[in-house]
Design a protein around this ligand. Structure first.
Ligand SMILES: Cc1cc2nc3c(=O)[nH]c(=O)nc-3n(C[C@H](O)[C@H](O)[C@H](O)COP(=O)(O)OP(=O)(O)OC[C@H]3O[C@@H](n4cnc5c(N)ncnc54)[C@H](O)[C@@H]3O)c2cc1C
Length: 417
């Protein structure tokens, strides 16, 4: 790094995407600085973020390659099967398989994935804790609490202004601060999208019966409902509600919340006991018009905020982190200017197609599945049973969801940079 800069790369946002990129760059010998308004200790509190993420097996390989396996594995629940049901009530597939029923099994792709599961369920707080500890051990500077207020980009450098008045410079700035990206705005990159006028409700429950590593996705008329297996026979429940109902549920007493679960989802959950608070997340689609420009790149939700219907948002961000790290590190090794448009266009070109197809696909999925129109119900049911009967189609979907399709960056193949 030249003496005139504070860092090689300034990363706004130390969420999971930004922190993964920071760690990848540091492991390859670069100097990143991360900035986040949430102090690290607050990010690790169980009340900070109740989300758990279904992490594709290729994305998990990247964390292994970055040395996080030992810290993450005790908290990673293997997903061995995914059962998808289009039903008016969850549990339609219990007992005899429902006609409109899709089943993915890790055994079917074992030959191609080295015995990896379909993915892993990770509670955010454990992932964040592992990343924070690894960044600290690698000597990466994380300015937190600190908030990016503005940024300027010129021919030779990017400068980032923090709310406390500090100004930092680097050849490259990455906006990884989520949907309200200040860096995206400062770079003059527009965003397209819309509000789904739905809220994602998330709660963790302890199950009465072992889950066996099975994830369930039910497509109910009101929207999708997922039961995602966590370690220790717990599950993360994720479903959509109207904004008003979600706000009421967030503040409801546990017994009222439980009665709502029983009413809405029948007996399927059995004696599930709520653990911790109920979290709500507004659901919208937001896609940046460009992934990069001179001296700036966008990563994670700052580049593409999608609906959580198929658990792909963070996975897309982790693929982006692997691709961006590889482009930056290779350019640095060749003596190129890592913030130049020519270098950053390699990242944009690599990620553009996947980002657009996945974002459009998730949006179409939301419209198709959050709907009780009888014709659509028949169409999606036929589609699901066709895919279910065709082995190669099922295996394609599993590998696609596992993030193992296409031109994979080295980290997603489990290799070091
Ligand atoms: C209910 C729900 C369930 C989901 N389930 C899944 C799933 O199973 N699998 C999956 O892959 N995805 C899932 N997603 C999507 C996933 O949560 C997001 O894609 C992911 O959290 C985005 O990570 P990120 O690091 O890009 O951004 P964020 O998590 O939004 O992190 C951004 C960081 O930037 C910081 N920041 C904000 N403003 C500033 C600023 N001005 N300056 C500096 N820093 C700033 C914030 O404090 C934060 O730490 C789900 C989403 C929801 C809502």
């Amino acid at each position: 790094m030249s003496q005139q800069f504070d860092a090689d790369v300034i990363i706004a946002g130390a969420g999971i995407a930004g922190a993964t990129l920071g760690l990848a760059l540091a492991r390859a010998g670069l100097k990143p600085i991360l900035i986040d308004p949430a102090p690290v200790s607050a990010q690790l509190e169980p009340t900070f973020d109740g989300r758990s993420h279904a992490i594709a097996y290729a994305a998990f390989r990247q964390w292994r390659a970055l040395g996080l396996a030992e810290a993450l594995e005790p908290h990673a629940q293997r997903i061995e099967q995914i059962l998808v049901t289009d039903g008016r009530t969850p549990g339609a597939s219990a007992g005899a398989p429902h006609a409109f029923f899709l089943r993915f099994d890790s055994d079917e792709i074992a030959g191609r994935s080295d015995g990896e599961p379909l993915g892993y369920l990770m509670e955010n707080r454990h992932t964040r804790a592992a990343l924070a500890a690894a960044l600290k051990a690698a000597g990466v500077e994380v300015l937190a609490p600190a908030r990016v207020r503005n940024a300027r980009f010129d021919a030779r450098a990017a400068s980032v202004e923090l709310e406390d008045g500090r100004v930092l410079t680097a050849p490259l700035v990455v906006g990884a601060e989520g949907r309200g990206s200040v860096i995206r705005e400062a770079a003059g990159i527009g965003a397209l999208g819309w509000d789904y006028k739905q809220t994602g409700v998330v709660a963790t429950v302890r199950l009465a019966k072992p889950h066996g590593g099975v994830a369930h996705e039910f497509f109910l008329p009101s929207g999708p409902f997922a039961i995602l297996p966590l370690t220790d026979d717990r599950a993360s429940l994720v479903w959509t509600e109207s904004q008003a109902r979600a706000a009421a549920l967030k503040d409801a007493r546990p017994e009222i919340f439980h009665a709502h679960l029983q009413r809405r989802f029948g007996e399927y959950l059995g004696e599930a006991v709520l653990e911790g608070p109920v979290f709500t997340y507004p659901l919208n689609l937001q896609i940046a018009e460009q992934l990069a420009g001179p001296r700036v790149a966008l990563l994670g939700d700052a580049a593409h905020g999608v609906h959580p219907i198929a658990g792909q948002g963070l996975n897309l961000g982790l693929k982006g982190a692997a691709a961006l790290a590889e482009v930056i590190v290779d350019a640095q090794r060749l003596g190129e200017d890592i913030g130049s448009e020519a270098v950053l266009e390699r990242y944009a070109a690599w990620r553009r197609f996947d980002t657009m197809t996945l974002s459009a696909g998730m949006d179409a999925f939301v419209r198709l599945f959050s709907n009780d129109n009888p014709l659509l119900r028949v169409a999606r049911g036929v589609g699901m049973s066709v895919v279910n009967r065709i082995g190669p189609a099922r295996r394609f979907f599993m590998q696609e969801a596992g993030g193992a399709v296409g031109d994979l960056p080295r980290l997603l193949r489990g290799e070091a940079l």
